[in-house]
Design a protein around this ligand. Structure first.
Ligand code: LLP
Length: 415
């Protein structure tokens, strides 16, 4: 369920007409529904209510502090992958004892920051990283709680760029070598083994890969227990997909059931790292049609949002449904929806059948709440767009539109 619906011919976000916001903040902008964000978080979190668990929202999906604040208030924690994300989570008031830190390339200053912040645990992705964490913990007089991110060699059947749990992937430690690495970790003075972690990929639309991963992880945990390891936390990552178009991903309820059935008898606290499933369909990108153009072979709708604002279609060939903000009777045409960037890869939709667009009208790029603004850049010296959060019949600017001065703020011409 989401709160982007037409009232009559006009698209609303909760109680606010999208067009009204445009008049005051210009275009393009990302628009999020507070009610949808809360609803998605609660539905997901309640699925696991029968077992001890922490829902650690994957900050990378959408890292605006106003959004982190919402999940923090609902009792959520954070899955972070950088010092910057840790900074955001803390600044949004999220509790460090609900923060887990993944990523293959943690730097010393980031490790120190996390140790000093006393986060719940590091999801360690290599033997060398484990040793660095041990050293830094020693230097700071701390004990680092860790899980090893285990790579279970499961095909998540998603886009190759967002598959992470295959043998050939850079993530985690191969499941066959994980036990040995845990044995090594046990010898390290400043390391406390707290859990086992695994994340196999993103936008996963079948239950099978989750089932396979859980089965393999369970086997590992049982072996570890027989060797006397105490496994308090089982982090099963994120990855649950959402419908962008015709996908039919498992409902969080079925996803949760599969996970819990798989591991219920292990007596661990579950950690989940959902990103997209919480924020994806809670946000849209609103853009204005600048021009329409008939090519020899194709028709183009040129809009004011480009691949720097929303890069998913360009790099993953992702589908985002696009609809007019004000609906009216008109014929359907086949178009490419493209941005102003000087690259042929700059498109929001290719060969899309949609209502014939008029210059000046507004389009809503749907399902843009996850990995939308978070992946935006200033390419072509385009100021990044505003982010707006709607609550009922009010809206709040949660990130101002950047201006030209922002583009050069960090730059300097040498004397
Ligand atoms: N945990 C870890 C360790 C991750 O690497 C990720 C996502 C998540 C959790 C959250 O996954 P989610 O629940 O959102 O699927 N930019 C791509 C997605 C990259 C996902 C990277 N890792 C996209 O736009 O589709």
């Amino acid at each position: 369920m989401h709160h982007f619906q037409y009232k009559g011919n006009e698209l609303y976000c909760e109680g606010v007409a999208v067009e009204r916001i445009t008049k005051e903040v210009g275009t393009p902008f990302y628009l999020y529904s507070n009610a949808t964000l809360e609803h998605h978080f609660k539905v997901f979190d309640e699925v696991f209510s029968d077992v001890p668990h922490i829902t650690c929202y994957a900050v990378k999906a959408n890292s605006n502090i106003a959004i982190l604040d919402i999940f923090g208030r609902l009792g959520g924690g954070a899955d972070i992958v950088s010092g910057g994300e840790l900074f955001r989570a803390l600044r949004a008031g999220m509790s460090p004892d609900k923060i887990v830190y993944s990523g293959v390339g943690k730097k010393v200053d980031e490790i120190d920051f996390a140790l000093k912040s006393d986060i719940l645990m590091f999801n360690v992705e290599s033997p060398q990283e484990l040793r660095v964490i041990n050293d830094r913990a020693g230097a700071l007089g701390k004990k680092a709680r860790i899980a090893i991110r285990v790579n279970p060699d499961v095909d998540p059947k998603t886009h190759p760029y967002i598959s992470t749990g295959l043998k050939k992937s850079k993530f985690g430690i191969d499941i066959k070598r994980a036990l040995d690495e845990y044995r090594n970790a046990r010898e390290l003075k400043n390391i406390e083994i707290a859990g086992v972690d695994c994340h196999i990929g993103s936008q996963i639309t079948e239950i099978g890969p989750f089932k396979d991963a859980v089965r393999k992880i369970k086997e590992l945990v049982l072996t570890m227990k027989s060797e006397g390891f105490e496994i308090k936390y089982l982090d099963l990552g994120g990855g649950l997909g959402i419908p962008y178009n015709a996908e039919e991903p498992p409902h969080p309820f079925d996803y949760g059931k599969t996970l819990m059935e798989g591991v219920s008898d292990l007596g661990c606290t579950l950690i989940l790292e959902p990103g997209r499933v919480i924020v994806g369909n809670a946000g849209i990108l609103v853009t204005k049609v600048l021009y329409t153009k008939e090519g020899e072979e194709k028709s183009f709708v040129i809009v004011d949002a480009g691949m720097n604002d929303m890069i998913r279609p360009s790099i993953y060939g992702s589908f985002h449904f696009i609809q007019p903000v004000i609906k009216e009777e008109r014929k359907d045409v086949m178009v490419d929806v493209v941005g102003p960037i000087c690259e042929s890869g700059d498109f929001l939709a290719k060969e899309r059948q949609m209502p014939e667009a008029r210059p000046g009208e507004l389009l809503a790029v749907m399902s843009a709440g996850a990995y939308g603004f978070a992946m935006a850049s200033n390419y072509n010296s385009r100021p990044r767009v505003a982010e707006i959060l709607v609550q009922g019949d009010q809206y709040h600017v949660i990130r101002k539109r950047e201006g030209y001065e922002d583009l050069i703020r960090m730059e300097k011409i040498p004397d």
